[in-house]
Design a protein around this ligand. Structure first.
Ligand code: GAR
Length: 203
């Protein structure tokens, strides 16, 4: 028995790659069944295709409303029998209309130690830029459940990463990915999949 996972992406997909590479080692209780992108040119889609994973593209501006966009996402996830969603660099806010349909079933990786440098407007390189501007000496990554509050759901795992003299947002982003995100995300995914399987077994 395993948990069917959909990974939602928008860009390069290095976190998706970390999940794909963790299959059979760290990630054993979940099966990556689908990759959905809101960006048709995301390199993450290539990574998925190379790994033989089904893909779908759902672009927000093709829908008249946020609710219609979210209904389509929900429909695709249901069609594929998805149990768990992982947001891995998915750069679109999901509203309560969507998140309430997947309680404790959506994970997100965020490139800072929440509650620092998170919430609306903090994504990608902007997060690292903000950390450098503030002058913090330690940052990191967080994996958390997703609810209606941007980056506000229950924290599952965190890992700290040092900021070094001469860091640029790009150098810091790379270090946070290497030392935290790519390690933490597969571990957290496995932990949640195991919990879902034990809950199912106890039913
Ligand atoms: C990652 O650093 C991820 O934590 C961040 O975007 C990057 C995506 O890289 N996500 C956010 O900022 C969400 N708030 P990837 O496409 O190579 O995985």
């Amino acid at each position: 028995m395993s948990v069917n996972i959909a990974v939602l992406v928008s860009g390069g997909g290095t976190n998706l790659q970390a999940l794909l590479d963790a299959r059979g080692s760290v990630l054993n209780s979940g099966r990556i069944a689908l990759v959905i992108s809101n960006n048709p040119t995301a390199y993450a889609l290539e990574r998925a295709k190379r790994a033989g994973i089904d893909t779908a593209v759902v672009v927000k501006k093709d829908f008249p409303t946020q609710a219609a966009f979210e209904d389509r996402l929900h429909g695709i996830l249901r069609e594929h029998g998805i149990d768990l969603l992982i947001l891995a660099g998915f750069m679109t806010i999901l509203t309560e209309g969507f998140t309430s349909r997947w309680p404790r079933r959506i994970l997100n990786v965020h490139p800072s130690l929440i509650p620092s440098f998170c919430g609306a407007g903090f994504y990608g390189l902007r997060v690292h830029q903000a950390a450098l501007e503030y002058g913090v000496k330690v940052t990191g990554a967080t994996v958390h459940f997703v609810n209606e509050i941007p980056d506000g759901g229950e924290i599952i795992a965190q890992k700290a990463v040092d900021i070094l003299p001469g860091d640029t947002p790009e150098r810091l982003q790379r270090r946070v990915m290497e030392q935290a995100e790519w390690i933490l995300l597969p571990q957290a995914a496995e932990q949640v999949c195991r919990e879902l399987l034990s809950a199912k077994a106890a039913d």
